[in-house]
Design a protein around this ligand. Structure first.
Ligand code: UGA
Length: 434
């Protein structure tokens, strides 16, 4: 099948590459000429494990193409995926201007039947808005389908090649058949495809992300209470997670959820609810708890140093919002850096993958180390903000030698409780004894 993907951000690029890998001819459209030129020359604009290999293979096999010309791509394709940004506006609502602009252009440019697929996370009712926009520009037949993406950064290739489910919201039988054909390679091997109406599909995406955000936040509150009563959240987590109605996944407490999805989607669902006179109380509480959780360790550091952080050198291991990504959007590291700098501390950070992105944002307001151990040179405390695997089993005696003061504030519960303590460190983690 010939498919156009409009928007080569995270979701667009991974979706396009996956659909090419499944044997389709995929035309990726973006307005950013430099980016398109780069991709034509085999440059993947994002960091994602295993993506580059698949991307290059499909360019070479002439199944994956890049252009800035929407009309050219449109003329070749029956199916158009929209994978455009929907950034939160001031009030938290998703900004649909990119999506609607492209819908407008599709309406003006199309010359025969098209299926327009909303892949971006969009509020309930967006398929109707896209439909209205296109039909204001053309009398030709078309269908609008909602087909949310559930991939995780860092596992995007794995998730998109082995989806747990495919959700398709469509009220048109013709469009459903076309979507079923696209995803046949998955359904053939047992992946369920769940058809529903457009609105339910749009809400499924928000409900899934918000539920996971609630799950993490619930665990963070249990962790904080564990500290109060002297319980150990690791034990509680194992005990709870063994019930398969609860499950072990997404029960890891830490310094709050970040990234480009959960904070944005929780906010957007609260806002949509408000617009419909509906109060998502559980989500409002989740957002509030998460904001506080992100900076919980900065208060602990301040307490540890008797309220005075002036001139204290804090090493920070990890800057990305989670491991296996260079993404720093809504990363807890940034909230803590802001507070610690404000209180007069110095920060030396180490994160080989995310460093460039932080440099663009903070420049030389913090310094950057080449290795995790270099960051510790003369440090008064270590703050672990991201769970990169290389931090899991460090050389504690080397750490002790490098540091000026042996204190670890671990936002990701990286070590068994006893380990740093046996090595003479003050060790503050989340939901466990200090
Ligand atoms: C999330 C969802 O997991 C995907 O299913 C969804 O498709 C995606 O959003 C999206 O909407 O595009 P992602 O933002 O890549 O994916 O990251 P997650 O792996 O879900 O992690 C989100 C945040 O929760 C991170 O800050 C992570 O550190 C935190 N987290 C996750 C915890 O604090 N504890 C956990 O147990 C799990």
């Amino acid at each position: 099948m010939n498919i156009t993907i409009v928007g080569t951000g995270y979701v667009g690029l991974v979706t396009g590459t996956t659909l090419a890998e499944l044997g389709n001819s995929v035309y990726c459209v973006d307005i950013d000429e430099k980016k398109v030129e780069g991709m034509k020359n085999g440059i993947v604009p994002i960091y994602e494990p295993n993506l580059e290999e698949m991307f290059l293979r499909n360019i070479q096999s002439e199944r994956l193409f890049f252009t800035t010309d929407l009309k050219e791509a449109l003329d070749k394709s029956e199916v158009i995926y929209l994978a455009l940004p929907t950034p939160p506006g001031e009030d938290g609502s998703a900004d649909l201007s990119y999506v609607l602009k492209v819908a407008h252009d599709i309406g003006e440019m199309m010359t025969e039947y098209k299926v327009v697929v909303n892949k971006s996370t969009v509020p309930v009712g967006t398929a109707d808005k896209v439909r209205e926009m296109i039909s204001s520009k053309t009398n030709l037949a078309f269908d609008v389908v909602s087909n949310p993406e559930f991939l995780r950064e860092g596992f995007a290739v794995e998730d998109s090649m082995n989806p747990a489910r495919v959700v398709v919201g469509s009220s048109s039988e013709k469009a459903k058949e076309i979507m079923a054909k696209i995803y046949q390679p998955f359904t053939n091997t047992g992946t369920p495809i769940i058809f529903m109406d457009e609105k339910s599909s749009e809400l499924t995406k928000y409900a899934a992300n918000s539920f996971l955000a609630v799950k993490i936040t619930f665990m963070n509150e249990i962790a904080n209470y564990c500290e109060k009563v002297g319980a150990d959240v690791d034990k509680v987590r194992l005990g709870m997670g063994s019930d398969d109605r609860i499950g072990h996944r997404f029960l890891f407490p830490g310094i709050g959820y970040g990234g480009s999805c959960f904070p944005k989607d929780v906010k957007a669902l609260i806002k949509s609810g408000k617009d419909d006179n509906f109060d998502f109380e559980i989500l409002q509480a989740t957002e509030k708890v998460n904001i506080a959780q992100k900076v919980i360790l900065s208060s602990e550091i301040e307490k540890y140093f008797g309220g005075n952080l002036k001139g204290k050198r804090i090493a920070m291991w990890g800057l990305a919002f989670k491991a296996n990504t260079d993404d720093i959007r809504e990363a807890s590291s940034l909230d803590n850096i802001a507070i610690l700098l404000e209180k007069g501390a110095e920060i030396v950070a180490y994160d080989l993958i995310a460093e460039e992105n932080v440099k663009k944002l903070l420049g030389d307001r913090i310094s950057y180390a080449n290795t995790m151990y270099d960051a510790l040179e003369g440090a008064d405390a270590l703050f672990i903000a991201t769970e990169w695997p290389e931090f899991k089993n460090p050389n504690f005696s080397l750490m002790a030698k490098k540091m000026n003061n042996k204190a670890i504030f671990d936002g990701r519960n990286m070590f068994p409780l006893e380990l740093p303590q046996q090595n003479g460190f003050y060790y503050k983690s989340i939901g466990r004894k200090t």
